[in-house]
Design a binder for this molecule. Structure first.
Ligand code: NAD
Length: 291
C-alpha cells in the first residue's frame, strides 16, 4: 500500500499534484478553501477532508500549495493543526522567499514537524512527468527517505541544500533569468511591431539564434564562477562590443519613439562598467555591477 498523502490547496498546481498522486495509487485527501475546486478530484478518487486539521491528521505526508506563505500560515499556524502535524512530513510547495522558508522551517521544528521546502520549476501540465523538476531544501535525510513520493510529483526531484531557504533562492535565480528572456522578447515584439516585421519571422529567427544565446549564458556563468572577468582570447564579445550593438538598439528606440524602460536599465549597468574602465573586459565583468 502506497503512503496516504494530504494536499491542502487544490488550485491549478495543487490539483495537478493530486492527479499525479492518484495516478500512482496514493490514497489522497484534499482540502481547499472553496469546495468546488476539489469536486473534480473527488470524482477521480480523492477523499475530502472537512477541515485543515482533518487533512493534517489523515496522512503521514501533508503537502501545502496555496497562493502564498501568508495564506498557508493562516491555515497551519493554529494549535489544532500544529498538534495534528507533529511527527508528520510537511512539504511546503507554495512559492515564497528564502526568508519565509527559513522562518517556516523553524516554526515546524518548534512543533516537531518534519519540514521540506520545495520550489516547483514547472507548470501544472508537467507535474508527474519524468522531466518535471522540483527543488527541495531542508534535511537531506528527509529528502532521501521520501524520494519515492517526491518522484511521483515530479520525475526530477533535486535536493539543493540543508538551508531551507535554498530551494526558494534558486527558484528566484532561475525565474529572474526566465523573466530576462521574456521581457527581452516583449521588447523584441515592440521592435518588430514598430518596424512592421511579422511576428512569425521573429519567431523563426529566435529559434535560429537560440543556440548562440544559450552558449553565451553558459559562458557567462562559467566565467563568473571561475573569476575570468577580464577580456582574453576566449572572450566571445567585450563590454565595448556589446555596448556598440546595444547603442544601435537605443537609437532604434529613439527613431521609433519606443518605451525605453527595459533597455535603459541595461544601459545603466553598461555605463557603470564602462565608466570604471571595463570596456575591453569580458561581458562577465558586469557581474560586479549587479548585486
Ligand atoms: P491558483 O490561484 O490556481 O490556486 C491558489 C490556491 O490557493 C487555491 O487553492 C486557493 O483556494 C488557495 N488560497 C489562496 N488564498 C487562500 C487563503 N487565504 N486561504 C486558503 N486557501 C487559499 O494558483 P496555483 O497556480 O495553483 O499556484 C499555487 C502555488 O503554486 C503558488 O505559490 C504558485 O506560485 C506556485 N506555483 C505555481 C506554478 C504554476 O505554473 N501555476 C508553478 C510553480 C509554482
Amino acid at each position: 500500500m502506497k503512503p496516504e498523502i494530504s494536499v491542502i490547496g487544490t488550485g491549478r498546481m495543487g490539483s495537478a499534484l493530486v492527479r499525479a498522486l492518484l495516478q500512482q495509487g496514493h490514497p489522497t485527501h484534499v482540502w481547499n478553501r472553496t469546495a468546488e475546486r476539489t469536486a473534480p478530484l473527488l470524482a477521480l478518487g480523492a477523499r475530502a477532508a472537512e477541515t485543515v486539521a482533518a487533512a493534517a491528521e489523515a496522512a503521514p505526508i501533508v503537502i501545502v500549495n496555496v497562493s502564498d506563505y501568508a495564506a498557508g500560515d493562516r491555515l497551519l499556524r493554529v494549535p489544532q493543526v500544529e498538534a495534528a502535524l507533529r511527527g508528520r512530513l510537511l512539504l511546503q510547495l507554495t512559492s515564497g522567499s528564502p526568508g519565509q522558508a527559513r522562518e517556516a522551517a523553524s516554526w515546524a521544528a518548534r512543533h516537531g514537524i518534519d519540514y521540506l521546502d520545495g520550489a516547483i520549476m514547472a507548470t501544472p501540465n508537467f507535474i508527474g512527468e519524468p522531466g518535471a523538476t522540483i527543488l527541495y531544501s531542508g534535511p537531506a535525510g528527509l529528502f532521501e527517505r521520501h524520494q519515492a513520493v517526491l518522484r511521483v510529483l515530479g520525475g526530477n526531484p533535486q535536493h539543493v541544500g540543508e538551508d531551507p531557504g535554498h530551494a526558494s533562492a534558486l527558484d528566484a535565480a532561475l525565474l529572474v533569468q526566465m523573466w530576462g528572456a521574456l521581457f527581452g522578447a516583449l521588447q523584441g515584439i515592440a521592435v518588430c511591431a514598430a518596424e512592421t516585421i511579422p511576428l512569425a519571422a521573429y519567431e523563426a529567427q529566435l529559434q535560429a539564434f537560440k543556440p548562440v544565446v544559450d552558449l553565451a549564458v553558459a559562458d557567462l556563468v562559467g566565467r563568473v564562477r571561475q573569476g575570468r572577468l577580464a577580456g582574453d582570447e576566449a572572450t566571445l564579445a567585450t563590454v565595448s562590443a556589446h555596448h556598440g550593438a546595444f547603442r544601435q538598439l537605443l537609437e532604434l528606440h529613439r527613431e521609433r519613439g519606443l518605451d525605453r524602460t527595459v533597455p535603459d536599465a541595461f544601459d545603466r549597468v553598461f555605463r557603470a562598467a564602462i565608466a570604471a574602465g571595463h570596456a575591453p573586459d569580458d561581458f562577465a565583468v558586469l557581474s560586479r555591477y549587479i548585486g
